[in-house]
Design a protein around this ligand. Structure first.
Ligand SMILES: Cc1cc2nc3c(=O)[nH]c(=O)nc-3n(C[C@H](O)[C@H](O)[C@H](O)COP(=O)(O)O)c2cc1C
Length: 206
């Protein structure tokens, strides 16, 4: 039986980022669960500059090799988990930039969030990201894992999850799987024809 493909996206590219040890834990945990084929997708590996495509991503007319590589990777997935902190109560720019590069590759895929940070556990950034992902018809699911005061769980350099994380994990995967299955037909069909605002098509930057 083919399992649905789940990409765990590392939402920070900062040197010394906490995102990586947490994403490694998410990969281990989801792999052990056994309901998905799991892959870690690290934005830092794709060398994406600040968005440099001349066309609106909804058209899928990507020109740069880094975009084509990024699009090919995201297209493979049936579902996503974004592992993300909040920066100034919003999503990290690296994650937003990587997200903005693409259109239909994200469409009709469910996304869950594992967030972390100070007392709010990154939740304010997640709430903003949930709103953003809906513009490309991604489906953000409410069930997620929240890790407040995250540095307390990284004292050895390795992420040691708090007891509160475990009960949240399986329900998140259950809901992600239900949505991934329910959206299969829509993903195969693809998004509706794009309706762009009237006016000249976006061209190369002068
Ligand atoms: C630019 C910036 C803004 C931040 N803003 C917040 C914030 O709004 N809320 C919060 O809980 N932590 C905030 N932090 C602290 C981060 O939670 C902490 O640095 C965390 O390690 C960031 O994740 P990363 O290491 O994976 O990049 C901020 C950190 C940076 C670098």
């Amino acid at each position: 039986m083919t399992l649905p493909k789940l990409h765990i996206v590392v939402g920070s590219t900062r040197p010394g980022r906490v995102a990586k040890p947490i994403a490694d834990w998410v990969v281990d945990r989801t792999t052990a669960d056994g309901r998905f084929e799991v892959e870690l997708v690290d934005i830092a590996d794709y060398d994406l500059p600040v968005l440099d495509e001349p066309h609106h991503p909804v058209l899928g007319k990507y020109e740069n090799p880094h975009t084509l590589r990024w699009a090919a990777k995201i297209r493979e997935a049936d579902a996503f988990i974004f592992v993300m902190p909040e920066y100034n109560y919003g999503p990290p720019v690296a994650l937003l930039n990587a997200f903005d590069y693409l259109g239909r590759e994200w469409t009709y895929a469910p996304v869950a969030f594992v967030s972390y940070g100070g007392i709010a556990g990154g939740l304010r950034g997640v709430q903003v990201m949930k709103q953003i992902v809906t513009t490309v018809r991604m489906v953000p699911i409410p069930d997620g894992v929240v890790l407040p005061l995250v540095l307390q769980h990284l004292q050895t350099g390795e992420f040691v999850p708090p007891a509160s994380a475990e009960p949240a994990f399986a329900p998140m995967l259950t809901e992600l799987l239900r949505w991934a299955e329910a959206l299969t037909a829509l993903r195969a069909e693809g998004p509706p024809k794009p309706m762009l605002p009237p006016g000249p098509p976006p061209g190369p930057r002068p």
